[in-house]
Design a protein around this ligand. Structure first.
Ligand code: SPV
Ligand code: MN
Length: 626
C-alpha cells in the first residue's frame, strides 16, 4: 500500500490527501490510486458530507455545462446524448471467471477479457480533468441495512445526482475502519462533444461481483452511470443472496387505513409501469420509489429505501395526476431535470404535463421545433419519453416519518404489477406466500417501455420486475424469495395489480387514479377488515367494498358494470400466460425450483375446472365469497 499513498501524495492537494487518508482504509486508497493512474486525471477532489462540498459539486456541473440553470432557484437541466437516453442492457455485463455461469438469461463476459476491454476504454479518459471521489451510504446510516459506497466519476452531473439520491457516506467510511466491505464504482463519461459522451458505441457497464465493483464508461444516462442505483442493485442482489436478505426493485409506501392505521407496502413494477406514481398515492406517505432492501428482524419482515431521492420519469407528471411531485417541480428546491424541453425563458416542459407545449426550444436533440426529425427520419418528441426529474424525497409533502429508521418499516403487503393489457384483473390477493411469489412475482410479464433501449410494447417476461438487475441464477433468486418467509411470524400478503387492462376494443378499463382504491383494498385485507371472492387465481374484492372505497377516496361512483368488466376472470388468457411463462423456465432457466412447476399445474387445474363449470369468462358475481 506504500505505493498508493505515494501516488496519492503526489496527485492530491494536501487538503484532499488529508480528507482521503482520514479514512484509514487501504483498499479505498488503492482504488483511488489505481483510478488516477488508469484515467490520467489531472486533479482529484475528495468530497466529504459537508454542505460546502455539495455546493462545490453543484457549481461544477454548471461550470462544465453538464447542467444549465433554470428559471426557478435550485432547478437545473441536464441533457444526455441523443442516443444515450436509457439503460443499455446489451452492453451491461457481468465479469465472470472462466467456468462460472449465471445461466443464459444474464449477460456476461469472461472476466480477464472484459476487464482488459473496459480498462482500455477508461485509459487516459480523465486527462486534463478533475476526478471526483464521493462517499455514500445505501440504506439508512448506522443500520444493519447500511452499505458504504465510494463513487469515482469525472461527471459533476453524476456526482450531483448522487448527492440528491443517496445518504452521505463519508462519516460511514470513517466508522468502517479498515474493513473491505464496501461497493466501488468507477465511471468516466470519456470523450465529450458538446458536453455529451461522444463514443456511444464504446459504452460499457461491466460488473465485477467478486470485487463488489462496477465500471461504467462512454455514457452519461443515469441508469448507466449512477453507480449507487442499478449497478449497486446488481451487487446487492448477489450480496443479499450470500447473506440471507433480499434486494428488490420495489417502492415502499405507507398506506393509511381507518383510524390512523399505517400499513406498509413494498411493490415491484418494471420501469415506466406506475411504480413511482403508486409510491406517491394521494393521502399516503412515501418511503421510497425504486429500490428496497428486506431483512428479518425479530420475526418481522422489515424494509428500507436504499435511496433518499427520486430519479423519476417526468412524462405525464401533471398537476392533476401527480400533484405532490408537480408542486415540487414548480417551486424552489433542488431538482435536476433531464432530457426535457427548455423554452426561451429557461422553463422546462415535457410530454403530458398538461397544456400546450411550446413549438420550439432546446432539448436532447439540440435546437428543437415541432416536426423536427432525426437522422433516421424519426420525429423528435419535445421531451424524451424517458426524460426524468431528480429530487430529494424530503422536498415532497408526503414523506413518511420513518424513512430513515435504522430498523426499516414492517412490511404488511407486497405488490407485483406490470403492463398487461389482457390477463390479470386490477387487484388480486395470492392464496399464500409461495403462490404469491410464484404466480404473481415469478410470473410477471410486461410490455417493454422507453426506460430501456430497444422496441416498445413487446410483451416480455420480467421476474419480480427485477430481471434486468439479477446477478444470481434465476432459480436461486426465486428460492431465496420463497424461503424468506421462513421464521417470519406474519408473512406479508402478496397481491398482483394491473393498471393497464383493456377491453376487446383496446380501451383502458381503468382511470389513472384507481390504483389508490386497489392499494386501500389490499390494506383492508391485510388487517382482516373485508371478505373477498375466491377465483382460480386468487382472491378478488367484493363489489360493495370497492364501491365504498371509490366513493370515500375518489368521490366517484363505481358501477357494477365497471366491476364486472374489470374483474371478469379471463380463463384462456390466464392459461396462455402460464404456458408462456413456463416455457421460459423450461427453456432458459436451468435451476427452476420444482415447486414452481407444481404450483403452475395446480393453477391450471383450478382454471380448467372453473372453465368447465362457468365458461371461459367468469363474472365475479357468479363466484362464491370466502
Ligand atoms: C428504471 O429504469 O427502473 C429506473 C431508472 O428506475 S434507471 O436509473 O434507468 O434504472
Ligand atoms: Mn427502477
Amino acid at each position: 500500500m506504500g505505493d498508493a499513498t505515494e501516488l496519492l501524495k503526489q496527485k492530491l492537494t494536501t487538503e484532499d490527501y488529508n480528507r482521503l487518508t482520514a479514512l484509514a482504509n487501504a483498499k479505498l486508497h488503492a482504488f483511488v490510486a489505481d483510478a488516477i493512474e488508469l484515467t490520467g486525471a489531472e486533479s482529484v477532489y475528495v468530497c466529504t458530507d459537508s454542505n460546502e462540498d455539495r455546493a462545490y459539486i453543484r457549481a461544477l456541473a454548471l461550470e462544465k455545462d453538464e447542467e444549465i440553470a433554470l428559471n426557478i432557484k435550485g432547478h437545473t437541466c441536464h441533457f444526455d446524448g441523443y442516443y444515450d437516453q436509457a439503460r443499455d442492457k446489451a452492453r451491461t455485463k457481468y465479469l465472470l471467471a472462466k467456468g462460472s455461469d449465471l445461466g443464459e438469461s444474464l449477460s456476461s463476459i469472461e472476466k480477464q477479457q472484459g476487464v482488459e476491454e473496459v480498462r482500455s476504454l477508461l485509459k487516459d479518459s480523465m486527462v486534463g480533468r478533475q476526478m471526483l471521489v464521493l462517499f455514500f451510504c445505501l440504506g439508512p446510516v448506522d443500520s444493519e441495512f447500511s452499505i458504504p459506497c465510494v463513487q469515482i466519476t469525472d461527471s459533476p452531473y453524476v456526482a450531483h445526482s448522487e448527492t440528491i439520491l443517496y445518504r452521505p457516506g463519508y462519516e460511514q467510511f470513517r466508522k468502517l475502519g479498515s474493513s473491505d466491505e464496501f461497493f466501488r464504482f468507477l465511471h468516466s463519461e470519456a470523450e465529450l462533444e458538446d458536453a455529451v459522451s461522444k463514443n456511444i458505441d464504446k459504452r460499457r457497464v461491466y460488473i465485477d461481483l467478486e470485487e463488489d465493483m462496477v465500471y461504467s464508461v462512454n455514457t452519461q444516462y443515469g441508469g448507466n452511470t449512477i453507480g449507487l442505483k442499478k449497478p449497486a442493485l446488481r451487487l446487492a442482489i448477489n450480496k443479499a443472496s450470500d447473506e440471507g436478505w433480499l434486494a428488490e426493485h420495489m417502492f415502499v409506501l405507507g398506506a393509511h387505513g381507518p383510524g390512523g392505521r399505517v400499513t406498509y407496502f413494498a411493490g415491484a413494477f418494471p420501469s415506466a409501469c406506475g411504480k413511482t406514481s403508486t409510491s406517491m398515492l394521494p393521502g399516503q406517505t412515501i418511503i421510497g420509489d425504486d429500490i428496497a432492501y428486506f431483512r428479518k428482524i425479530n420475526g418481522q419482515m422489515r424494509s428500507v429505501n436504499v435511496e433518499k431521492g427520486i430519479f423519476g420519469i417526468i412524462r405525464d407528471v401533471s398537476a392533476q395526476d401527480d400533484p405532490v411531485i408537480y408542486e415540487a417541480l414548480m417551486n424552489p428546491c433542488e431538482v435536476i431535470f433531464s432530457n426535457v424541453l427548455i423554452d426561451g425563458e429557461n422553463r422546462p416542459h415535457w410530454l403530458g404535463m398538461g397544456g400546450e407545449l411550446p413549438s420550439d426550444g432546446v432539448n436532447h436533440s439540440g435546437q428543437w421545433h415541432t416536426g423536427k426529425t432525426d437522422a433516421d427520419g424519426k420525429e423528435v418528441t419535445a421531451s424524451h419519453k424517458n426524460a426524468r426529474y431528480c429530487l430529494n424525497i424530503a422536498d415532497l409533502k408526503n414523506m413518511d416519518p420513518l424513512i430513515d429508521d435504522a430498523e426499516g418499516v414492517p412490511v404488511g403487503g407486497v405488490v407485483y404489477g406490470g403492463r398487461d393489457s389482457d390477463t390479470w384483473v386490477p387487484v388480486e390477493q395470492a392464496y399464500n406466500w409461495a403462490e404469491g411469489i410464484i404466480l404473481k412475482g415469478a410470473s410477471l410479464e410486461s410490455e417493454t417501455t422507453a426506460a430501456t433501449l430497444g422496441a416498445e410494447g413487446v410483451r416480455t417476461f420480467n421476474l419480480m420486475a427485477n430481471l434486468d438487475f439479477l446477478s444470481i441464477p434465476l432459480g436461486r433468486y426465486i428460492r431465496n424469495n420463497l424461503d424468506f418467509a421462513e421464521g417470519v411470524e406474519d408473512p406479508p400478503l402478496i397481491f398482483s395489480v394491473n393498471y393497464f387492462l383493456k377491453d376487446e376494443k383496446g380501451k383502458y378499463l381503468n382511470g389513472m387514479g384507481d390504483k389508490l382504491v386497489w392499494i386501500l383494498w389490499a390494506e383492508l385485507r391485510i388487517n382482516g377488515d373485508v371478505e373477498g371472492i375466491r377465483t382460480p387465481t386468487g382472491i378478488i374484492p367484493k363489489y360493495e367494498d370497492l364501491a365504498g372505497l371509490f366513493k370515500d377516496n375518489l368521490g366517484a361512483e363505481y358501477t357494477q358494470a365497471d366491476y364486472v368488466r374489470q374483474f371478469t376472470v379471463r380463463i384462456p388468457e390466464n392459461l396462455a400466460k402460464l404456458d408462456r411463462v413456463e416455457k421460459v423456465y423450461r427453456e432458459k432457466v436451468a435451476d427452476t425450483p420444482a415447486i414452481l412447476y407444481q404450483t403452475f399445474d395446480e393453477a391450471r387445474k383450478r382454471l380448467n375446472e372453473a372453465a368447465k363449470k362457468y365458461g371461459d369468462n367468469i363474472s365475479p358475481l357468479d363466484l362464491p365469497a370466502e
